[in-house]
Every structure is written in structure tokens, then in C-alpha cells.
Design a protein around this ligand. Structure first.
Ligand SMILES: *Cc1c(COP(=O)(O)O)cnc(C)c1O
Length: 383
């Protein structure tokens, strides 16, 4: 069955019944016999869909988790209250004091911050490597345990050769974790390409309406048991209302992504025609670093693009004048956004071509003609 069809049926309650899995709020789950209580506790250690206690999620969260698990092709999927909690929860099971973690330099800034503060304080050594690495030998040490990557790169969208990196990492017995938020479990399948864990900030396209915070870690193979144990030991879960809203948003994920992709690519090509613009960064533009790899391994792009404005052009005033693009961080909702970006800040391998006035845009679901008219009006007001 096609993914689009399955997406309409995840979590469907028995007939007669509602189309959506109901919001089930619970802490305690009640039993009529000690046997039932004992059996439930035993079954839940190997079956994540067993309703046993609110901290392990109720049926609402289980429906969402099963949906993401299936889309990612995972053996199990654990839910978290934010994307950052999922990133932290996906790394922590695989490193301990004295271990070494490798992180791609183009990672999401909050992930870098977790590695550089919390992990370092726990005694984990962290090193960064460039996005175009496929041979980890210059970076790996005897105590290296795991690698975390993200692609396309945060704010600059370079694309890694993930199958090649996973092949190299696995030959060294390293766990590979990929932040799959850009593709949001739909456009790209890190587990099929060799990763052990795929992390998604559902705050973005899964929820899709700028009103949900959540994260997920989908896992395949031998890493599953350690991730399950760590998630439960640290009390990570997702509240039923958030799980409901996220699964509701996901029903339209492919439709929304199609529109976001078309709009973003149209904006990217339009920005390229403007004298005020120096460079447009978008992984679907020919010549973008890794564009060929992305079209080899992924089925499309999302609504993000970054624009480096020409020296002397007042990019901040340009953004301030926009009416349809609000200024804000995050992305993945239906709305168009603009945000000042400085991708090189904090990076160990900065790209001098990215220095300057960069704005990260998120193309929302508005009509493309209106978005371009808004941008054109702001350019016109500058002269
Ligand atoms: C937004 C984002 C996160 C963090 O998600 P939150 O829900 O905001 O904590 C992690 N990784 C990437 C790539 C993101 O874009």
C-alpha cells in the first residue's frame, strides 16, 4: 500500500467509532486482577503499544508513535516533548563519561549547544567534522562511540553522502544518528540509508500548524533496546493533547510538503534574478553543494531557503517591510517566515562564502503570486 494511503488510516479506532484516535488522558491504568497488572508490566518491556502507565504514553501517543515508526521504517519510535529533547534523548544512550562523540559541523545550533554543555559536563568529548566527510579516519578515536549528522545542513543545506558515511561508521562499530527534521519522515529515509536512529522535530512539518511542540526518535536494529531503556529511565513521553494534534497535522503532510516545496523553489529562482541578491541557498538548485546527492537519495525539498543579500543592501529593512512573511524562528507551519541567519557563527569549519547578510525564509502555503508580490514591493520600496 502507498504511504499516502496508510497515512489516512494510522490509529483508526474500531468501527463504529470516530475517524481519529481519541485523546486519552491518564496517569494510573486500572486493573481488576493482580494477574492482569503483572502481565501488563511484563508485556510492556517488549511491546511499546501496551497501555500501562501515563509515563509510557496512552493510546493517543501510541497511535502517533506507530505512525512515525512506520513512515521511518523503524523497529520502534519514542516520543519527546520537544525536538531538542528527542535529539538529547537519542544521543545520551550511546555515550558515557570517557567516550567520544563526532558531530557534523553544520548541525542545528541547539544540538551543538547540548553537545558542548551537557555532554561535556558529563565527561563526553565532542569533536566536529566537515559536512562532506565520508571517511571518518581523521576524526575517529579508540573511544569514539557515535556520530550525529543532519542533512541538508542547518541554514545552508549542504547534503552529506549518508550511505557512504554510514558504511564507514559501521565498519568502526559507531552508532549513527541522523536529524531528519528537514524531511520530516517523508522526503528522506535515513534508516533505509544505513542510520541507526532518525530524529524528527515534529514541531515543524509533522504538527504543521505552528501550534505543537514534539520530537521523535525512530530506531532500527541493535540500538533499539538501549534507546528504549534510556527513554523510559529518563521519563520521556508526549502528552495526549500534543500527540493528537501532531497526528491530526500529519494527515496532510505530503500535500503540504508539495506546496511548500513548489513555493520555496519558485522563491529561490525568483531571488536569483534580483540584483540585490548575492547567493541563494536551496538544495534543489542546480550547483548547490550536494544537490545531486539529495536528488539521488530524497524525494523532494521542503519550504526552506536562505538568501545572502548583496553588500550595501539593507536586508534588515527589507525584511521589516514584508507583510506576508512574519519574523520568527522555527518553521514547518503553514505560514511564511523570515529570520536573520548567521550560519558561520559557532561553526568550526566556516564557509567564507556564507558571511554577510543572510536571511532564512520559510515559504508558507500562501499563493506564490502573493508571496512574490510582497517581496517585490519591499525591493521596490528600497530604491
Ligand atoms: C527545530 C529543530 C529542532 C528542535 O526542535 P524543537 O521542537 O524546537 O525543540 C531540532 N533539529 C532541527 C533540525 C530543527 O529544525
Amino acid at each position: 500500500m502507498k504511504r499516502e494511503t496508510k497515512l489516512m488510516h494510522y490509529g483508526r479506532p474500531a468501527h463504529p467509532g470516530p475517524a481519529n484516535p481519541p485523546i486519552v488522558r491518564a496517569s494510573t491504568i486500572l486493573h481488576d486482577s493482580v494477574t492482569s497488572y503483572r502481565e501488563t508490566k511484563q508485556r510492556r518491556e517488549t511491546d511499546d503499544s501496551v497501555l500501562s502507565y501515563g509515563r509510557r504514553g496512552t493510546t493517543t501517543a501510541h497511535a502517533l508513535s506507530a505512525a512515525i515508526c512506520d513512515l521511518e521504517g523503524a523497529d520502534a519510535c519514542f516520543l519527546f516533548p520537544t525536538g531538542v529533547a528527542a535529539v538529547a534523548g537519542a544521543i545520551a544512550p550511546f555515550v558515557a563519561a570517557g567516550d567520544h562523540l563526532l558531530v557534523v559541523d553544520t548541525i542545528f545550533p541547539a544540538t551543538r549547544s547540548y553537545c558542548d554543555t551537557v555532554l561535556k559536563r558529563m565527561g563526553v568529548t565532542v569533536d566536529y567534522f566537515p559536512w562532506d566527510t565520508t571517511d571518518l579516519s581523521p576524526y575517529v578515536r579508540p573511544e569514539t562511540r557515535a556520530v550525529i549528522v543532519e542533512l541538508p545542513a542547518s541554514q545552508t543545506y549542504e547534503v552529506m553522502d549518508l550511505p557512504a558515511l554510514c558504511h564507514d561508521a559501521h565498519s568502526r562499530d559507531l552508532i549513527v544518528i541522523a536529524d531528519n527534521t528537514y524531511a520530516s519522515s517523508w522526503l528522506y529515509q535515513p534508516l533505509d540509508l544505513g542510520c541507526d536512529v532518525s530524529v524528527i522535530a515534529g514541531t515543524k512539518y509533522l504538527g504543521g500548524h505552528a501550534d505543537v511542540m514534539m520530537g521523535a526518535a525512530a530506531v532500527r536494529g541493535p540500538a533499539t533496546a538501549a534507546l528504549r531503556k534510556h527513554t523510559h529511565s529518563t521519563g520521556q513521553t508526549l502528552a495526549p493533547d500534543e500527540a493528537y494534534a501532531c497526528l491530526r497535522g500529519m494527515r496532510t503532510l505530503p500535500l503540504r510538503l508539495e506546496r511548500h516545496e513548489t513555493n520555496a523553489l519558485a522563491l529561490a529562482k525568483w531571488f536569483q534574478t534580483r540584483d540585490e541578491v548575492q547567493t541563494v541557498l536551496h538544495p534543489g538548485l542546480p550547483g548547490h553543494p550536494g544537490a545531486a546527492l539529495w536528488s539521488r537519495d530524497a524525494s523532494g525539498c521542503n519550504g526552506l531557503l536562505s538568501v545572502l543579500f548583496a553588500d550595501g543592501f539593507d536586508a534588515e529593512a527589507f525584511v521589516d517591510r514584508l507583510a506576508l512573511f512574519s519574523i520568527g524562528s522555527s518553521w514547518g507551519g503553514y505560514e511564511s517566515l523570515a529570520m536573520p541567519a548567521s550560519p558561520n557563527s559557532g561553526r568550526q569549519f566556516p564557509n567564507p562564502a556564507h558571511d554577510g547578510q543572510m536571511t532564512r525564509f520559510h515559504a508558507g502555503l500562501e499563493h506564490i503570486d502573493d508571496l512574490i508580490a510582497d517581496l517585490a514591493a519591499s525591493f521596490a520600496a528600497a530604491t
